[in-house]
Ligand binder design. Structure first.
Ligand code: PGA
Length: 238
Protein backbone atom coordinates (compact mmCIF):
# COMPACT_ATOMS: atom_id res chain seq x y z
CA UNK A 1 0.00 0.00 0.00
CA UNK A 2 1.18 3.53 -0.82
CA UNK A 3 2.33 5.47 2.25
CA UNK A 4 3.13 9.16 2.70
CA UNK A 5 6.66 10.31 3.52
CA UNK A 6 6.95 13.96 4.57
CA UNK A 7 10.37 15.59 4.93
CA UNK A 8 10.53 18.38 7.52
CA UNK A 9 13.72 20.23 6.71
CA UNK A 10 13.39 22.54 9.76
CA UNK A 11 15.83 25.50 9.54
CA UNK A 12 18.30 23.52 7.43
CA UNK A 13 19.34 23.22 3.79
CA UNK A 14 20.85 25.90 1.54
CA UNK A 15 19.38 26.64 -1.88
CA UNK A 16 22.28 24.90 -3.72
CA UNK A 17 21.78 21.82 -1.50
CA UNK A 18 18.03 21.89 -2.12
CA UNK A 19 18.67 22.11 -5.85
CA UNK A 20 20.99 19.09 -5.77
CA UNK A 21 18.44 17.20 -3.63
CA UNK A 22 15.61 17.76 -6.13
CA UNK A 23 17.85 17.01 -9.14
CA UNK A 24 18.57 13.61 -7.63
CA UNK A 25 14.88 13.00 -6.91
CA UNK A 26 14.02 13.75 -10.53
CA UNK A 27 15.97 10.67 -11.62
CA UNK A 28 13.88 8.14 -9.68
CA UNK A 29 10.35 6.83 -9.57
CA UNK A 30 9.16 6.71 -5.98
CA UNK A 31 7.14 3.93 -4.42
CA UNK A 32 5.42 6.19 -1.87
CA UNK A 33 4.01 9.71 -1.93
CA UNK A 34 6.66 12.34 -1.05
CA UNK A 35 6.16 15.82 0.39
CA UNK A 36 8.81 18.35 1.53
CA UNK A 37 8.51 21.28 3.96
CA UNK A 38 11.48 23.64 3.48
CA UNK A 39 11.94 26.77 5.58
CA UNK A 40 9.40 29.45 4.60
CA UNK A 41 11.96 31.61 2.76
CA UNK A 42 12.74 28.67 0.45
CA UNK A 43 9.20 27.57 -0.36
CA UNK A 44 8.88 29.58 -3.57
CA UNK A 45 12.26 28.49 -4.98
CA UNK A 46 11.64 24.85 -4.00
CA UNK A 47 8.28 24.95 -5.79
CA UNK A 48 10.18 25.82 -8.97
CA UNK A 49 13.06 23.38 -8.46
CA UNK A 50 11.14 20.29 -7.36
CA UNK A 51 9.72 17.60 -9.62
CA UNK A 52 5.92 17.78 -10.12
CA UNK A 53 5.31 14.63 -8.11
CA UNK A 54 6.59 16.27 -4.90
CA UNK A 55 4.24 18.47 -2.89
CA UNK A 56 5.84 21.47 -1.18
CA UNK A 57 4.46 22.96 2.04
CA UNK A 58 5.27 25.04 5.10
CA UNK A 59 6.49 24.10 8.58
CA UNK A 60 4.27 26.62 10.34
CA UNK A 61 1.56 29.09 9.34
CA UNK A 62 -0.32 32.06 10.73
CA UNK A 63 -3.87 31.83 11.99
CA UNK A 64 -4.63 35.06 10.12
CA UNK A 65 -4.95 35.88 6.42
CA UNK A 66 -3.65 39.47 6.16
CA UNK A 67 -2.79 42.43 8.31
CA UNK A 68 -0.42 43.77 10.95
CA UNK A 69 1.24 40.50 11.94
CA UNK A 70 4.96 41.20 11.51
CA UNK A 71 6.99 38.13 10.64
CA UNK A 72 4.03 35.82 9.99
CA UNK A 73 3.23 33.85 6.81
CA UNK A 74 -0.35 33.24 5.74
CA UNK A 75 -2.14 30.22 4.34
CA UNK A 76 -3.55 32.58 1.73
CA UNK A 77 -0.05 33.43 0.44
CA UNK A 78 1.16 29.83 0.62
CA UNK A 79 -1.81 28.76 -1.48
CA UNK A 80 -1.20 31.63 -3.90
CA UNK A 81 2.40 30.41 -4.41
CA UNK A 82 1.28 26.84 -5.08
CA UNK A 83 2.13 25.33 -1.68
CA UNK A 84 -0.04 22.36 -0.79
CA UNK A 85 0.24 21.69 2.93
CA UNK A 86 1.21 23.02 6.34
CA UNK A 87 2.61 21.40 9.46
CA UNK A 88 0.88 22.67 12.60
CA UNK A 89 1.82 22.11 16.24
CA UNK A 90 5.26 20.55 15.75
CA UNK A 91 6.80 19.91 19.17
CA UNK A 92 9.53 22.48 18.46
CA UNK A 93 6.79 25.09 17.96
CA UNK A 94 5.04 23.95 21.13
CA UNK A 95 8.15 23.84 23.31
CA UNK A 96 10.40 26.58 21.89
CA UNK A 97 7.67 29.06 20.94
CA UNK A 98 4.98 28.22 23.51
CA UNK A 99 2.42 27.32 20.86
CA UNK A 100 -0.74 25.91 22.39
CA UNK A 101 -3.28 23.47 21.00
CA UNK A 102 -5.90 26.21 20.98
CA UNK A 103 -3.68 28.39 18.77
CA UNK A 104 -3.13 25.31 16.60
CA UNK A 105 -6.91 24.97 16.26
CA UNK A 106 -7.11 28.45 14.73
CA UNK A 107 -4.20 27.72 12.36
CA UNK A 108 -5.74 24.42 11.32
CA UNK A 109 -9.12 25.97 10.56
CA UNK A 110 -7.53 28.75 8.54
CA UNK A 111 -5.33 26.42 6.48
CA UNK A 112 -8.20 24.02 5.80
CA UNK A 113 -10.37 26.93 4.67
CA UNK A 114 -7.78 27.58 1.95
CA UNK A 115 -7.84 23.96 0.82
CA UNK A 116 -4.39 23.15 2.21
CA UNK A 117 -3.59 19.77 3.72
CA UNK A 118 -2.79 20.11 7.42
CA UNK A 119 -0.40 17.84 9.27
CA UNK A 120 -1.29 18.30 12.93
CA UNK A 121 1.46 17.04 15.26
CA UNK A 122 0.79 15.55 18.67
CA UNK A 123 3.07 13.74 21.08
CA UNK A 124 4.04 13.21 24.70
CA UNK A 125 7.25 14.12 26.50
CA UNK A 126 9.39 11.47 28.21
CA UNK A 127 8.06 12.60 31.59
CA UNK A 128 4.49 12.20 30.45
CA UNK A 129 5.19 8.73 29.05
CA UNK A 130 6.88 7.67 32.29
CA UNK A 131 3.86 8.84 34.25
CA UNK A 132 1.57 6.78 31.98
CA UNK A 133 -0.05 9.92 30.65
CA UNK A 134 0.56 9.30 26.95
CA UNK A 135 -3.00 8.61 25.84
CA UNK A 136 -4.42 11.40 27.98
CA UNK A 137 -1.93 13.95 26.55
CA UNK A 138 -2.59 12.90 22.96
CA UNK A 139 -6.35 12.94 23.46
CA UNK A 140 -6.24 16.45 24.91
CA UNK A 141 -4.03 17.73 22.08
CA UNK A 142 -6.43 16.23 19.53
CA UNK A 143 -9.56 17.53 21.24
CA UNK A 144 -8.19 21.06 21.64
CA UNK A 145 -6.52 21.23 18.23
CA UNK A 146 -9.39 19.76 16.26
CA UNK A 147 -12.07 21.48 18.27
CA UNK A 148 -14.89 22.92 16.17
CA UNK A 149 -13.64 21.47 12.91
CA UNK A 150 -16.81 19.71 12.02
CA UNK A 151 -16.27 16.13 10.96
CA UNK A 152 -12.73 15.17 12.01
CA UNK A 153 -12.29 12.96 9.04
CA UNK A 154 -11.75 15.82 6.62
CA UNK A 155 -9.73 14.48 3.72
CA UNK A 156 -7.30 17.34 4.10
CA UNK A 157 -6.39 16.57 7.68
CA UNK A 158 -3.44 14.36 8.60
CA UNK A 159 -2.23 13.61 12.12
CA UNK A 160 1.43 13.08 12.96
CA UNK A 161 2.23 11.22 16.17
CA UNK A 162 5.68 12.40 17.24
CA UNK A 163 6.80 11.36 20.72
CA UNK A 164 8.88 14.35 21.86
CA UNK A 165 11.54 12.02 23.33
CA UNK A 166 12.10 10.47 19.89
CA UNK A 167 12.57 13.66 17.86
CA UNK A 168 16.14 14.21 16.77
CA UNK A 169 17.41 11.93 19.54
CA UNK A 170 18.00 8.72 17.60
CA UNK A 171 15.57 7.02 20.05
CA UNK A 172 12.78 5.69 17.89
CA UNK A 173 9.51 4.39 19.35
CA UNK A 174 9.26 0.65 18.83
CA UNK A 175 6.70 -0.37 16.20
CA UNK A 176 4.49 -1.71 19.03
CA UNK A 177 4.70 1.52 21.03
CA UNK A 178 3.87 3.57 17.93
CA UNK A 179 1.05 1.27 16.81
CA UNK A 180 -0.56 1.40 20.25
CA UNK A 181 -0.76 5.20 20.17
CA UNK A 182 -1.82 5.24 16.50
CA UNK A 183 -4.69 2.87 17.28
CA UNK A 184 -5.89 5.29 19.99
CA UNK A 185 -5.66 8.22 17.57
CA UNK A 186 -7.53 6.21 14.93
CA UNK A 187 -10.45 5.76 17.33
CA UNK A 188 -10.73 9.53 17.62
CA UNK A 189 -10.12 10.66 14.03
CA UNK A 190 -11.56 7.71 12.09
CA UNK A 191 -10.40 5.65 9.13
CA UNK A 192 -10.25 8.43 6.53
CA UNK A 193 -7.57 10.47 8.27
CA UNK A 194 -3.97 9.46 7.64
CA UNK A 195 -1.76 9.10 10.71
CA UNK A 196 2.01 9.53 10.31
CA UNK A 197 4.70 8.51 12.79
CA UNK A 198 7.62 10.88 13.40
CA UNK A 199 10.75 10.69 15.57
CA UNK A 200 14.13 9.37 14.39
CA UNK A 201 12.71 7.60 11.34
CA UNK A 202 15.52 6.45 9.03
CA UNK A 203 16.01 3.94 6.21
CA UNK A 204 17.02 1.26 8.77
CA UNK A 205 13.77 1.39 10.78
CA UNK A 206 11.17 2.66 8.32
CA UNK A 207 9.93 -0.72 7.03
CA UNK A 208 8.97 -2.13 10.43
CA UNK A 209 7.18 1.09 11.37
CA UNK A 210 5.29 1.42 8.08
CA UNK A 211 4.22 -2.21 8.27
CA UNK A 212 2.08 -1.41 11.33
CA UNK A 213 -1.64 -1.35 10.59
CA UNK A 214 -2.38 2.22 11.68
CA UNK A 215 0.86 3.88 10.49
CA UNK A 216 0.09 5.54 7.15
CA UNK A 217 3.44 7.19 6.66
CA UNK A 218 6.27 9.08 8.32
CA UNK A 219 7.20 12.66 9.20
CA UNK A 220 10.97 12.79 8.93
CA UNK A 221 13.50 15.40 10.06
CA UNK A 222 17.19 14.44 9.93
CA UNK A 223 16.88 11.63 7.39
CA UNK A 224 15.00 13.84 4.93
CA UNK A 225 17.95 16.15 4.33
CA UNK A 226 20.03 13.87 2.14
CA UNK A 227 18.49 12.74 -1.15
CA UNK A 228 19.86 9.19 -0.83
CA UNK A 229 18.20 8.70 2.59
CA UNK A 230 14.95 10.34 1.58
CA UNK A 231 14.78 8.23 -1.59
CA UNK A 232 15.44 5.10 0.48
CA UNK A 233 12.52 6.04 2.76
CA UNK A 234 10.26 6.65 -0.23
CA UNK A 235 11.27 3.30 -1.75
CA UNK A 236 10.59 1.22 1.38
CA UNK A 237 9.40 -2.22 0.32
CA UNK A 238 6.52 -3.26 2.56
P1 PGA B 1 13.74 13.54 13.33
O1 PGA B 1 12.63 14.72 13.36
O2 PGA B 1 13.32 12.61 12.20
O3 PGA B 1 15.03 14.23 13.07
O4 PGA B 1 13.66 12.85 14.65
C1 PGA B 1 11.28 14.44 13.18
C2 PGA B 1 10.47 15.72 13.23
O5 PGA B 1 10.85 16.61 13.99
O6 PGA B 1 9.45 15.87 12.54
Amino acid sequence: MKKLIVGNWKMNQTLPLAKAFFSELKTVELEHEAWIAPQALHVSTCLHMSPDFIKIGAQNISNEDHGAFTGENSSFSLKELGGKFVIVGHSERRHLYAETSSLCAKKIRKALSHGLNVIYCVGETLDEREQNKTSQVIETQLKEGLHDLGPYASELLIIAYEPVWAIGTGKVATPDQAQEVHAGIRKIVGDETRILYGGSVKPENVVELLNEKDIDGALVGGASLKAADFIALCQAQL
